[in-house]
Design a protein around this ligand. Structure first.
Ligand SMILES: Nc1ncnc2c1ncn2[C@@H]1O[C@H](COP(=O)(O)OP(=O)(O)O)[C@@H](O)[C@H]1O
Ligand SMILES: [Mg+2]
Length: 341
């Protein structure tokens, strides 16, 4: 069963001081299955944060239906909503930790609010600190912790009430690339080891590539594209999606780059597209080596997506024309190729 189901959801913020009303979310349909990691990607102002706030009912919808674990939440009273929110963990870009509380105190906070008995609180906080690898930082205050450590405390706090859904809004946007990878690895464990469904909101396609199973692209309040991450990366349909994909994978050199490359590399230029099937680079290069040609990798790269390979490599192939022709035909059986003019 779907853990989260949005149907035709709208959110309009009324006009203030003679300004215009803002339609932040416009007719969004979204289904998230239990156990999935879904990435919602879009530029600033696309409506991502508003969507998150509708899911945990921090904002009320203008119209449409939001079901969490089968329960329609748009018609619930505040008292009932508090119960629903216990099942939804939330982490933020700016961590939102209490600076006056230690790591331990921050993680214990939601348990105190929920009235969990002291002994049980103690066990839970201790388990969570171990899970996020911060057992030795229990008594540190946020300003004594690094960005990555603060976010790990944020994740532990979000997990305190054992939610089935975790919402992460730009949770790595304030972190450097290395720390980002560390936090993403922790979120992967949250999903795999605890079975928690995760919705990550981000403007960074790299976060989607490395973490999500499925991606939803938002633009101007609407969902404009969605699908398995590998499929969307391989064949982005919308201009906005292509721009996002372009930030993480090189397609082929533009005309100017191509001209510069040709000055340095003789031969025919061929782009090979790896699309996550079971083609290995070693097989492709093995085939080329059977021919009397010289080849050099001049542009592109390969990324990993959910254990599949994905990317484009442009090679310069040089040698006797017949040998180069035969080599190209030989790899065409393995991967889609395109000759660059
Ligand atoms: N509380 C609010 N009142 C009025 N307008 C808002 C409010 N929150 C967000 N908006 C507007 O809604 C649109 C979507 O914002 P947001 O959901 O924050 O986008 P994103 O998270 O994708 O950057 C923006 O135009 C923003 O200015
Ligand atoms: Mg936002």
């Amino acid at each position: 069963m779907a853990l989260l189901e949005l149907r035709d959801v709208y959110k309009t913020f009324p006009a203030v001081r003679g300004g215009q009303a803002v339609e932040a979310v416009r007719g969004v349909d979204l289904t998230v299955e239990a156990g999935e990691i879904v990435g919602i990607v879009g530029y600033s102002g696309a409506g991502k944060s508003t969507l998150v706030r509708l899911i945990n009912a921090l904002e009320s919808t203008t119209s449409g239906s939001v079901r969490v674990d089968g329960q329609e939440i748009t018609t619930l009273r505040e008292r009932e909503l508090r119960q629903v929110r216990l099942g939804i963990g939330m982490i933020f870009q700016q961590f939102n930790l209490f600076s006056s509380r230690t790591a331990w105190g921050n993680i214990a906070y939601p348990l105190e609010v929920a009235g969990v008995p002291r002994q049980e609180q103690h066990q839970r906080v201790s388990d969570l600190l171990h899970f996020v690898g911060l057992a030795d930082k229990a008594h540190s205050y946020p300003d004594q912790l690094s960005g990555g450590q603060k976010q790990r405390v944020g994740i532990a706090r979000a997990l305190a009430t054992s939610p089935s859904l975790l919402l992460a809004d730009e949770s790595t946007s304030a972190l450097d690339p290395e720390t980002t990878e560390e936090v993403l690895a922790l979120l992967r464990r949250v999903n795999r080891e605890l079975g928690i469904t995760i919705v990550v909101i981000t403007h960074e396609m790299e976060v989607v590539r490395s973490l999500a199973h499925r991606v939803v692209v938002m633009e101007a309040g609407r969902v404009v594209e969605e699908g398995r991450v590998l499929d969307v990366l391989s064949e982005p349909q919308r201009p906005v999606t292509r721009r996002f994909v372009g930030t993480i994978v090189d397609d082929e050199p533009d005309a100017e780059t191509l001209a510069a490359l040709r000055e340095r590399h003789p031969g025919r230029f061929v782009k090979l597209s790896f699309r996550g099937h079971d083609v290995r680079q070693s097989e492709v290069f093995g085939r080329l080596l059977r021919h009397d040609v010289r080849f050099e990798l001049v542009y592109g790269g390969i990324e990993e997506v959910q254990g599949d390979t994905f990317g484009n490599l442009t090679l310069a192939l040089d040698g006797a024309p017949a040998a180069v022709e035969a080599a190209i035909r030989d790899v065409q059986d393995l991967v889609p190729t395109k000759e660059l003019g």
